[in-house]
Design a protein around this ligand. Structure first.
Ligand SMILES: Cc1ncc(COP(=O)(O)O)c(C=O)c1O
Length: 394
């Protein structure tokens, strides 16, 4: 079966944050929404059918794990990433950020330090500082084309700060890196030696372009598995973030017990009946849909890269290896962050995520979401090109 990702589906009026909150977030309800990590494609038919079947039943009480839950997740992870957890390592979460927040509450105390690698997904800061833990940074290094972790800096930061926890993002949002084993292992060894427990956010791991391979953190070996919790979800993969269904892999039994105790203490142990039905259908039957989606977004990525380099050279697009986001170096426009935001949201009328929100290294950058029908992405590129042109002639 061939899926049609060119189809335009109107999301306005569905309370979609991406489309219906443009006025409040960007001061421009007519901006083209290329921001929050949310796709404008109909989800996989298997998921739509599972939800319709579940809805037709008409009773939606407290829901537990369906038969086959562990096997479906294990098979999915093995099929996509060549690695699988033990069934008993799996804990349910109503969202990856919730899982990270609960892990922070379970494994650290107020005042403890938590290591992040900015520029990075901004809620990592919120869930840390919101719980009165402190952020420690080991910024990624940008060489003008790509990003890497800075192992010398990491060594120094670990020695000076002794953080209790590190939050990794793999693939790394917003810069689009898929960490190779050659990069991940030495960083993981430093963290292990320093006794740092790792939260590996792998929510984007299914969204890796065909020429790259995702390496799950716990697949590095038993010691790395035991000193980590890894978070997965069908939410980005299938565009079902509104269904709040994710998985936390916690191999160490004592750590798992600590986690579930705090999860219970927050009343966060229950799962959504619809979220569970969607997870089972997506992981169980969504592989072919995902392969076609990745081919489509890969084509869009190539179009976006080409357009910036040939037609809007003052903005440099960083080629993503994974995620449907593209990180844009806008420093060539010579605007401060406020000016850049005004330029994109009001002059170009495109709603992008401002880079400064991703922390150190984000100033002067913007993040664009490419997970829309290609005609809309082309429209966004035209808007940016015209606005850059208008400025040049002003
Ligand atoms: C790296 C990363 N983690 C977590 C999330 C959000 O996950 P959830 O909606 O399951 O909390 C996102 C969404 O963009 C993300 O990019």
């Amino acid at each position: 079966m061939t899926y049609n990702f060119d189809e335009l589906v109107d999301r306005r009026g569905t309370d979609a944050i991406k489309w219906d909150m443009l006025g409040s977030h960007f001061g421009n309800p007519d901006a083209l929404p290329m921001w929050v990590a949310d796709m404008d494609f109909l989800t996989a038919p298997a998921i739509q059918e599972a939800l319709q079947t579940r809805a037709r039943h008409g009773i939606f009480g407290y829901t537990g794990r369906p038969a086959g839950y562990e096997e479906v997740i294990r098979r999915w992870l093995y099929g996509r990433h060549g690695w699988q957890p033990e069934g008993e390592w799996l804990v349910h979460a109503n969202g990856v950020v919730q899982g990270i927040a609960i892990a922070i509450a379970a494994y650290t105390d107020p005042g403890d330090e938590i290591l992040v690698f900015p520029p990075v997904y901004h809620p990592f800061f919120g869930v840390t500082e919101g719980q009165r833990r402190r952020i420690v940074e080991s910024p990624l290094v940008f060489d003008g084309t790509t990003y890497r972790m800075d192992l010398d800096n990491l060594r120094t930061v670990l020695a000076e700060h002794k953080p209790k926890l590190a939050i990794l993002c793999n693939p790394h949002n917003p810069v689009g890196r898929v960490w190779t084993e050659e990069e991940l292992r030495p960083a993981a060894e430093l963290l292990l030696e320093a006794g740092v427990y790792v939260l590996s956010d792998e929510i984007h791991s299914d969204l890796v372009y065909p020429e790259y391979q995702h390496v799950p953190y716990p697949s590095l070996g038993p010691d790395f598995a035991a000193s980590s919790a890894t978070l997965y979800a069908p939410s980005k993969t299938f565009g079902i973030a509104g269904l709040r269904s994710s998985v936390v892999v916690i191999p160490d039994e004592a750590r798992r017990a600590q986690y579930t105790a705090v999860q219970g203490a927050f009343g966060a142990g229950h799962m959504s009946a619809f979220g569970m039905a969607a997870l089972m259908a997506g992981y169980g039957h969504g592989a072919e849909w995902l392969d076609q989606l990745l081919a489509y977004i890969g084509g869009t990525r190539d179009m976006v890269m080409k357009t910036f380099s040939e037609e809007i050279p003052r903005i440099r697009a960083i080629r993503p290896e994974g995620t449907y986001m593209i990180w844009l170096d806008c420093r060539g426009l010579e605007l401060d962050d406020q000016g850049l935001a005004h330029f994109m949201y009001q002059e170009a009328a495109v709603a992008l995520n401002d880079g400064a929100g991703f922390g150190t290294g984000g100033s002067g950058f913007m993040r664009m979401n490419m997970a829309m029908p290609r005609s809309l992405v082309a429209e966004g590129l035209d808007r940016i090109k015209n606005a850059v042109g208008a400025r040049a002639h002003a």
